[in-house]
Design a protein around this ligand. Structure first.
Ligand SMILES: *[C@@H]1O[C@H](CO)[C@@H](O)[C@H](O)[C@H]1NC(C)=O
Ligand SMILES: *[C@@H]1O[C@H](CO)[C@@H](O)[C@H](O)[C@H]1NC(C)=O
Ligand SMILES: *[C@@H]1O[C@H](CO)[C@@H](O)[C@H](O)[C@H]1NC(C)=O
Length: 427
């Protein structure tokens, strides 16, 4: 539970430069995403896909709509075909597969799912035809030292329920919405298995945000469908959503999850041991089922996860007088009382991962940054200036753990101790 900090002049100089970079990138990001961050039904990882300055043509990977999904009736919310982007492995990575599940929050009502069905998070009609593979998906060894030559797949998220909705829950009236996330997951898995994944020696299921939650939900399924002798593990990035009340004391996220689970019939897709004992929507919180997962799991999560702070802890509905407005956009603007609340959020995370932490096979990288979904962005995943704990990048940490080079259970000290942080600034 420690992180080395040094206050050498050099580091402060670096930090100053980095602040400038953060501020300018933050401004750029804000243009694309401001509207997306305003309520619980939105989420976004806009940084990577839309920032032209870090995209080279070789990173662009074409979309493929799934044939297997067509055969099986596994559709996006609007009835369109789901899809994925596939970059073939080579050399020592040709029998290794890394699957990334895209994130983007959830929809919890007919109205919000209908609205979503006319966006790229609910319909392949709006998918980008190609996306940039960065961070853990990158083919550049300097950016992605351990997995650059693996087969890498990004599965697009278009069902609104972490790849776990069920057709039984579909509404049988004129409302044409498809709740088939579980079928999408199974169909695309089948398709990848037939493309060579059934012969794999190594496998990682990962995902960010709502996709990071999906990676936990489907972790054992993934393990069970790869060869018995393959080394298979799961890495959840920003997917550890906490069951905590908001600053008003209202169970905002809990009610939201209850609605998602009920609307899309998730109870059959969630951990069955948990569902047998608890109200099913509780089982959508990783703290309730992460210890039941048989496959080794690694958690990458910011202790001051900005998405959770903006949507779970201080949703707009709990900040009517706007006293949190500045702090929600930039952690450096939080006053002492607000910081006390944010440290409390971090403590809840520490409590929630307590039992998981004791598991020998598990790994973690819990940084004290104002961040979320850190594996697809080079400035967070792996670069000379990216987020570090004990001088290790997220890429090095995940690699050390996956290949059993050494155990990795890194937990940062509370904010603002870490000088190697990539803090988001939305102002
Ligand atoms: C990273 O830090 C180095 C050393 O301070 C600096 O020269 C470089 O410009 C920085 N790179 C980025 C992308 O900020
Ligand atoms: C269909 O049923 C759902 C749930 O009962 C309801 O919310 C929706 O308004 C109905 N749609 C139409 C077009 O009747
Ligand atoms: C941190 O790690 C880098 C290599 O990744 C190394 O060059 C550097 O010396 C390390 N710094 C400290 C303070 O250990």
């Amino acid at each position: 539970m420690a992180i080395s900090t040094s206050s050498s002049l050099l580091r402060y100089r670096k930090l100053a430069k980095r602040d400038w970079l953060v501020a300018s990138l933050g401004l750029l990001l804000t243009v694309f995403s401001l509207s997306l961050f305003l309520d619980l039904t939105s989420d976004s990882v806009p940084f990577v896909d839309h920032n032209p300055t870090i995209t080279s043509p070789s990173d662009l990977v074409k979309l493929k709509l799934s044939n297997k999904a067509k055969e099986r009736g596994a559709f996006c919310l609007d009835g369109s075909l789901p899809g994925y982007h596939f970059s073939k492995g080579s050399g020592s990575g040709s029998k290794s597969w890394l699957i990334h599940l895209e994130g983007g929050s959830w929809c919890d009502t007919i109205a919000s799912c209908s609205a979503r069905a006319i966006t790229r998070l609910g319909s392949s009609n709006y998918f980008e035809r190609e996306v940039s593979f960065q961070g853990v998906l990158s083919s550049d060894p300097s950016q992605n030292p351990d997995f650059f030559n693996w087969n890498r797949v990004k599965i697009r998220y278009c069902d609104g329920a972490s790849f776990s909705g069920r057709p039984e829950a579909e509404v049988k009236n004129e409302t044409r919405l498809f709740f088939r996330g579980q079928l999408i997951w199974e169909a695309i898995m089948d398709e990848l298995l037939s493309m060579g994944m059934s012969d794999s020696k190594q496998g990682i299921l990962t995902g960010s945000s709502a996709g990071g939650l999906a990676a936990l939900i489907h972790c054992d399924y993934f393990r069970d469908h790869l060869p018995k002798d393959a080394s298979v593990k799961c890495v959840s990035d920003g997917g550890f959503f906490l069951n905590v009340p908001d600053v008003f004391g209202k169970p905002t996220v809990r009610s939201f999850y209850r609605d998602v689970v009920k609307l899309q019939g998730l109870d059959k897709s969630l951990d069955q041991k948990c569902v047998a004992r608890k109200e099913p929507s509780k089982c959508m919180f990783p703290q309730e089922f992460v210890s039941n997962i048989r496959t080794p799991v690694f958690l990458v999560n910011a202790a001051y996860d900005y998405w959770q702070i903006q949507h779970v802890l201080v949703p707009a509905s709990a900040d009517l007088d706007k006293s949190w407005a500045k702090c929600r956009l930039n952690i450096k603007e939080c006053d002492a009382e607000q910081m006390r609340v944010l440290h409390g959020f971090r403590s809840s995370l520490m409590d929630a991962i307590g039992k998981f932490h004791q598991n020998k096979a598990s790994g973690m990288f819990i940084d004290s940054c104002y961040s979320h979904s850190q594996m697809l962005k080079p400035v967070m995943w792996h670069s000379p200036n990216s987020t570090r704990i004990q001088n290790k990048t997220i890429a090095e940490s995940v690699g050390d753990w996956y290949f059993n080079r050494k155990p990795v259970k890194l937990i940062d000290r509370p904010y603002p101790c870490n000088l190697y942080c990539y803090n988001m600034n939305f102002t």
